[in-house]
Design a protein around this ligand. Structure first.
Ligand code: ATP
Ligand code: MG
Length: 239
């Protein structure tokens, strides 16, 4: 694995540490967690409840910070801790995409508007008007690909769990991220619906999307190219 011609991994956690501060109490969660995601690779991360899977995913996506001083997250070899605010926003909004167990859709917006949202973030209102129709057609293409063409004007509450998760995935893919960070994306769904979501992720993976997927379930994890475990605050390859 160590031939000199290796390009840096797409996304990498290097000895990441995270300690939460609860009042006077320190809660150490990650004690030097390392992993690598290569371009287009699909990784599963397993581990018991409370082992720090969500924490690690949030740190990978720049939604939370690792402890200062030791360890870092690198994207294409560059430490995201050294990004300025603008680059960090760009990283969070465009380079990576997030999917959560409970969808986190905005209830007052339609399916189409929810999916379009990341395309509007960070643009001045003038550009909104110009780009709105382009964004709309991009979002409706994605939603159509995910079998939701007949649901564009519906509100999230009118959809099934599987449909809501498909909207959330469309939203996450709107800015064409290089890596999708998915935290228990099927955790709230029955196994058949969950299987459909995994088929959809597999199709995006086939198109070149990198995926880091957190799951409790070994049968879900095995859809990935590789499975890692979080144990005692570190990442291990085998169970
Ligand atoms: N904001 C926070 N403040 C303090 N402690 C936290 C915070 N977030 C998480 N923790 C603690 O960190 C540990 C890891 O939490 P995390 O949510 O990353 O675990 P997880 O592996 O995703 O668990 P689950 O499988 O239940 O989702 C837990 O002990 C949790 O209580
Ligand atoms: Mg979690």
């Amino acid at each position: 694995m160590s031939d000199g011609s290796r390009t840096p991994p797409l996304l990498e956690a290097v000895e990441v540490r995270k300690t939460y501060q609860l009042g006077a109490t320190e809660v150490p969660v990650l004690h030097g967690a390392s992993l690598e995601v290569r371009g287009g690779e699909w990784l599963s991360v397993m581990g018991s409840s409370g082992s720090g899977k969500s924490t690690l995913l949030h740190i990978l996506g720049g939604l939370d910070r690792a402890d200062r001083g030791r360890g870092e997250v690198r994207f294409e070899g560059a430490s995201i801790a050294r990004f300025g605010n603008r680059d960090l926003d760009r990283y969070r909004n465009r380079t990576v995409g997030f999917v959560f167990q409970f969808y986190h859709l905005l209830p007052e917006l339609s399916v189409l508007e929810n999916a379009m949202l990341p395309g509007l973030v960070g643009r001045v209102p003038f550009a909104w008007r110009q780009e709105r129709s382009a964004l709309m057609s991009q979002a409706s293409d994605l939603l159509e690909r995910f079998g939701l063409a007949h649901r564009l004007r519906h509100r999230p509450r009118e959809l099934s769990g599987g449909e809501r998760q498909r909207v959330a995935i469309a939203r996450a893919l709107m800015n064409r991220p290089r890596v999708l960070l998915a935290d228990e994306p099927t955790g709230n769904l029955d196994s058949r619906t969950g299987g459909e979501i995994l088929d959809l992720l597999a199709e995006e993976h086939r198109r070149g999307l990198g995926i880091v997927m957190v799951t409790h379930d070994a049968s879900i994890a095995e859809r990935a190219d590789r499975t890692l475990w979080l144990r005692d605050g570190r990442v291990v390859e085998d169970s």
